[in-house]
Design a protein around this ligand. Structure first.
Ligand code: ADP
Ligand code: ASP
Ligand code: MG
Length: 419
């Protein structure tokens, strides 16, 4: 029988009533003749609560124990979903990641799926079970310990199963009815897209649009999984939601197709660093080792080179998520204590956000940056750092202007109108 993957996010399984509603959607697909692999997230808010408990118990926690704790939310929903389906006379069985097993790397907290053993699930389908319910977000390391795939990782579990089982489609059920030109919670003018290309979705996800985990889009692109995002809360059919697909399946031809934001960013500046070959490696090597995800980087002439030859010193600015600032500071101070780098001071601004415009049309159109900067200037938004790539432009701005900036850019590129 054709296999369909259906993934339900946290708000879609937030309580028993919602689990029943999700199970009813699964039952409908079984009735249509599919064998279904259901991937579930933890109930809304549960993973945050678990992360909070870990941080409170041990601020510099052992990542193996972090994973042991935060993976547990999905175990509860997987079992409850299987029970709910059984109550509806749908033969269903649940699996935790280690039982499948879903084999991952041992990078605790951000593990990558390396393989999925089909045997146990195939055997159950052959026996007559119609639904396999899988706890999302988790796997098993080569050392035999539970791992997690990073926040939002159930999306990646879903796409990985769709690839491994050659599913006809991977449906991501969530609390919005598709992928929009920007987060519909920030701009009321956000417009739902019928389709979006893998490249654009990948860029939007990596720039903060959390509707899909970045890695899930990467996997879907690599394994040609038909990936769809649709609502858990509405009646849906074959045409609902947004399909993520190849560029050549898309009719829209806008230069910019979406605006993404990432709220909790921090900007760190090493003031008056000695400017010599190898200095960037000496700074960013220790940061990488400490697990800091450095994003934007700018090297500037130092304004504060008091008494020092300005040709011999520089300022180095970079951004990273706010919750990694303490780790970054520690790594830089340790490198300074070891004599590997010298700097006068470290300035930290934890009140910044990143706003980005994305579109494959940028490859062939000039002037997007100018239009973006003009729109921000017109609203009095000051840009602190800029980064560009072939299909995106990102700026770091004061957090208090984030919503305003998203709305201004959405208007400036006429994203509320189809084109
Ligand atoms: P789930 O718990 O189902 O995985 P998430 O909260 O992870 O749901 O992702 C869905 C959320 O993503 C939406 O509620 C929405 O606020 C946010 N989002 C951000 N950018 C977009 C976008 N471009 N289109 C749709 N939703 C978006
Ligand atoms: N429950 C996990 C999280 O909140 C995984 C997911 O929902 O995708 O990050
Ligand atoms: Mg999610």
């Amino acid at each position: 029988m054709p296999i369909l993957v259906m993934k339900f996010g946290g708000t879609s399984v937030a309580d028993l009533t919602r689990i029943r509603a999700a199970a009813a959607k699964v039952r409908a697909e079984v009735a249509r003749g599919h064998d279904v692999i259901v991937i579930v997230s933890a109930m809304a808010g549960r993973t945050n609560e678990l992360v909070g408990w870990v941080n409170e118990t041990s601020p510099m926690y052992d990542a193996r124990e972090y994973d042991a704790v935060v993976s547990s939310g999905e175990n509860v929903t997987a079992g409850l979903m299987a029970l709910t389906l059984q109550e509806m006379d749908v033969p269903a069985r649940s699996w935790q990641g280690w039982q499948v097993p879903i084999r991952t790397t041992s990078a605790h907290g951000a593990a990558r799926i390396e393989g999925i053993d089909r045997a146990a699930i195939d055997a159950k389908f052959t026996e007559g079970f119609r639904v396999a319910v899988i706890a999302g977000f988790q796997g098993l390391s080569p050392e035999g310990r539970i791992t997690t795939l990073g926040r939002g990782g159930s999306d990646t579990t879903a796409v990985a199963f769709a690839a491994a089982f050659e599913a006809i489609r991977c449906d991501i059920y969530t609390d919005v009815d598709g992928i929009y030109t920007t987060d519909p919670r920030i701009s009321a003018r956000a417009r739902k897209l019928e389709r979006i290309s893998f490249e654009e979705m990948l860029e939007l996800a990596s720039l903060g649009a959390k509707v899909l985990q970045t890695r899930s889009v990467e996997l879907a692109m690599r394994y040609k999984v038909r990936l769809r995002v649709l609502s858990s809360f509405e009646d849906t059919d074959e045409t609902s939601g947004t399909l993520v697909c190849d560029e050549d399946e898309i009719m829209e031809s806008k230069v910019v197709s979406g605006v993404a934001h990432s709220r909790d960013e921090a900007k760190l500046t090493l003031v008056t660093v000695e400017d010599r070959p190898g200095i960037a490696a000496a700074i960013f090597g220790p940061l990488a080792e400490a697990g800091v995800n450095v994003d934007m980087i700018v090297q500037n002439i130092s304004e504060e080179a008091q008494g020092q030859d300005p040709r011999e010193v520089t300022d180095m600015t970079f951004s990273c998520p706010t919750d990694q600032v303490a780790r970054a500071q520690k790594a830089l101070e340790a490198a300074r204590d070891r004599g590997e780098i010298k700097y006068d001071k470290l300035e930290v601004d934890t009140e910044v956000s990143k706003v980005s415009v994305v579109g494959i049309g940028m490859r062939s159109h000039a002037g997007v940056a100018a239009r973006m900067f003009a729109a921000l200037a017109a609203d009095g938004v000051n840009i602190k750092v800029i980064a560009t790539s072939e299909i995106k432009i990102s700026v770091l701005i004061d957090r208090k202007y984030m919503e305003l900036a998203v709305q201004a850019l959405h208007d400036a590129f006429d994203l509320d109108k189809a084109g």
